[in-house]
Design a binder for this molecule. Structure first.
Ligand code: TRP
Length: 334
């Protein structure tokens, strides 16, 4: 049994892309692994935020995770800020990681852009906290999107340097392995097949949220950009047709098959037909999730109670690990 850890930013109601790309895989990993999942509210303040919006989105993300199948009986689910072990180890890791390592993080470079003088210091040190999130549990498998691969590699650099500097005997921290979610899970914008489906897209028509009702799902799919050709009968025929490829990929992901299988059924058919089938499938799959999320959100205290219990379980694992790490660094902990 391996220990899985992952974190998700409280960016609001997940899109279909977040769901197929990350969240759904989290619940699948519950079979055969010990899973620890966390809503990373501390990471969410690195770029400027509104406190009320952060609080609302943090709880919404918790509700979304519960509604999409994270089972608090089998997995540990909590709010990052409720478990102090993360920032304690995060501080140690900020002092283990080299300035140069953090300077090379492409996500920092992208997010800071030309504004380096004015971004928060937390945006820069963020990957050290992410490494602490994982290693406070000595987790070895980390499901993430491809954009987080470099941070997981940095986690291993930090673990190795810590082990080298502070462990004479055996390595204290394990090496971690990213579980990169496959290309099938990459959902693109409904308006432009070359862009990722994103919460920040100015057009609401470009994305489906897991809380969308049947009418808006149908409308968004009906309006989704396509080309005039009918669907091909083989996946090869999707090359150079990013919008068609995306719509077929969504169907395949939702039914746990592949494009070839979907095209066996729909090859040769026009988009009118296909879009109808896809919209019906989306409504059938997302409807129960949206309903469960609404039910949960009607009672915020119960959601927070579930996550509080998760925080207690998380602390029971991470406290002794982080205390031992601090002791190795030379803190007396008296
Ligand atoms: N940085 C991740 C993201 O933006 C979120 C995250 C924080 C995370 N801590 C983590 C992911 C630990 C995996 C493991 O998506």
């Amino acid at each position: 049994m391996q220990r899985v850890f992952s974190g998700i930013q409280p960016t609001g109601v997940p899109t279909l892309g977040n769901y197929l790309g990350a969240v759904r895989n989290w619940s699948k990993l519950q079979d055969g692994n010990e899973c620890i999942y966390c809503v990373v509210d501390q990471h969410a303040i690195t770029m400027g935020h509104d406190p009320k919006v952060l609080a609302r989105r943090t709880r919404e993300m918790a509700a979304a995770l519960l509604a999409t199948g994270i089972d608090p009986q089998r997995s540990i689910l909590f709010y990052q800020s409720a478990v102090p072990a993360h920032v304690r180890l995060g501080w140690v890791f900020e002092c283990v990681a080299r300035f140069g390592w953090l300077s090379r993080m492409t996500q920092f470079k992208d997010k800071a852009g030309k504004n380096r003088e004015n971004v928060s210091a937390g945006l820069f040190t963020y990957p050290a906290l992410m490494a602490a999130d994982i290693l406070a549990y000595k987790a070895t498998r980390v499901p993430v999107g491809d954009d987080q691969r470099q941070h997981v590699e940095l986690t291993n650099d930090i673990a190795q340097k810590f082990n080298h500097d502070f462990c004479d005997d055996e390595p204290f921290f394990p090496l971690v392995e990213p579980v990169i979610l496959g290309p099938a899970a990459r959902v693109m914008s409904l308006r432009d097949g070359s862009k990722k489906m994103s919460k920040s897209d100015p057009s609401e028509q470009a994305r489906i949220l897991i809380t969308d009702d049947a009418d808006s799902i149908s409308l968004k799919i009906r309006r989704a950009k396509t080309d005039p050709e009918p669907l091909p009968s083989e996946p090869d025929g999707l090359e150079g047709r990013p919008e068609a490829k995306n719509l077929v990929g969504i169907y395949a992901a939702l039914t746990d098959t592949d494009s070839a299988t979907v095209l066996q059924t729909f090859g040769g058919r026009g988009f009118g037909d296909y879009k109808k089938a896809l919209a019906d499938l989306l409504v059938a799959k997302l409807g129960p999730i949206a309903a469960e999320m609404q039910r949960l959100l009607a009672d915020p205290a119960t959601i927070d109670g579930i996550l509080r219990h998760g925080a207690t379980q998380a602390a029971a694992i991470s406290e002794p690990i982080v205390t031992e790490a601090e002791r190795r660094v030379g803190f007396l902990k008296a």
